[in-house]
Design a protein around this ligand. Structure first.
Ligand code: NAP
Length: 326
């Protein structure tokens, strides 16, 4: 990150770890587009396209990337590594988060699959390893025993979870605390039209325990850019999986989009930028977001969110119009 950029963008600690991250990270699930179940959501990206997304995100000041085993079983991780290498980035200058897929698997698979994560991400190390969802065949105790083992062996630098409820997150925190370790983060679907973590205890517990909330689908798969509100044809051309549930969300968020647009205009910003800025600022430093991109220009626009300054009254106004999504 250049000096000029680092003066504007304030880094945050990832949970209670010493790892420093920017409020906006880059989600790279889209790098597995065209394969596995991802093909129902996103088209394949060439290396040229994914490299451009990585380079643009870095140039915009973003210092971390989120990928997962489940995103093409190594494809997203590999394309991320290729993009970072093409951009000439050294391991020490980037933070990488990946995930273990627990479905139909036991905890021992955490130890068995870490070599694959390392291979696909080579030469970059894993700063955060997350349990993708709370659905393993093994107990939480066994899963966190395995995560603690690979941490002690130096394969990963911190431990996180994803899609865990408040109760499950507190349990994970307690198991790790007993080992003298911290739970760094919980990655959940959180956006201006999906605010249930504010009412189901996840956000309160995260604030109390110093756990970072990583918001996935922070634009609710593009809906919060307002583009589908304005262009019905564009929405109709989306894959069926992306259209699922989205029609209702688009209808219900009309007033919210109008408010975001009016605030955006006064800052010469976009609707998406205002929506992301609210997400990473309304709750202090607890929430960070990882918008995904299919185009470099989206990564550029999303990185610029970190330079936008909304007033307290603008943040409250947005809060008010989106309260129906709590
Ligand atoms: N832990 C989990 O269970 C989980 C689940 C899902 C995702 N994730 C993570 O979260 C990341 C983000 O989630 P997501 O990709 O589902 O949702 P998202 O970030 O809300 O939406 C991404 C999509 O929105 C559009 N978009 C992005 N920036 C835009 C901009 N500035 N203006 C207009 N449109 C824009 C693009 O779609 P088009 O160009 O295709 O229209 C892009 O593919 C993923 O990459 C992944 O790392 C985690």
């Amino acid at each position: 990150m250049s000096k000029e950029t680092s003066d504007v963008i304030k880094l945050r600690n990832l949970g209670k770890t010493k790892i420093k991250i920017t409020p906006i990270g880059q989600g790279v699930m889209q790098f597995a587009g065209g394969t596995t179940f991802m093909k129902f959501m996103y088209p394949a990206l060439t290396d040229q396209e994914s490299n451009a997304i990585v380079k643009t995100a870095l140039d915009g000041g973003i210092n971390w990337f989120d990928t997962a085993e489940a995103y093409g079983f190594g494809l997203s991780e590999e394309k991320l590594s290729k993009g970072l290498q093409a951009a000439g980035v050294e391991d020490k200058d980037v933070v990488i988060a990946t995930k273990w897929m627990p479905m139909m698997r036991r905890a021992k698979s955490i130890r068995e699959t870490i070599a694959n994560r390392i291979k696909h991400l080579h030469p970059y190390s894993i700063d955060l390893h997350q349990i993708h969802m709370p659905y393993s065949l093994s107990s939480f105790q066994k899963q966190f025993d395995a995560m603690a083992d690979i941490l002690e062996q130096g394969h990963i630098k911190s431990i996180g979870i994803s899609n865990f409820s408040a109760k499950q997150m507190i349990k994970a925190h307690e198991i790790l605390e007993e080992k003298g370790l911290v739970l760094a983060s919980n990655q959940v679907n959180y956006s201006l039209i999906k605010r249930n973590i504010e009412s189901n205890g996840v956000l309160d517990a995260a604030k109390e325990l110093g756990i970072t909330i990583i918001s996935w689908s922070p634009l609710q798969r593009g809906i919060l850019s307002g583009k589908f509100h304005k262009d019905e044809e564009m929405f109709k051309n989306q894959s069926s999986m992306r259209r699922l549930r989205s029609k209702k969300q688009i209808k219900e968020s009309q007033q919210l989009i109008e408010t975001l647009e009016s605030i955006a205009k006064s800052h010469k910003a976009t609707i998406a930028q205002v929506a992301l800025n609210w997400l990473v600022n309304f709750h202090g430093k607890t929430v960070v977001a990882i918008p995904g991109s299919t185009k470099a220009k989206q990564a550029k626009s999303n990185a610029e969110v970190m330079k936008l300054k909304l007033s307290k009254s603008e943040l409250s106004e947005i809060d008010k119009v989106s309260k129906q999504f709590l």
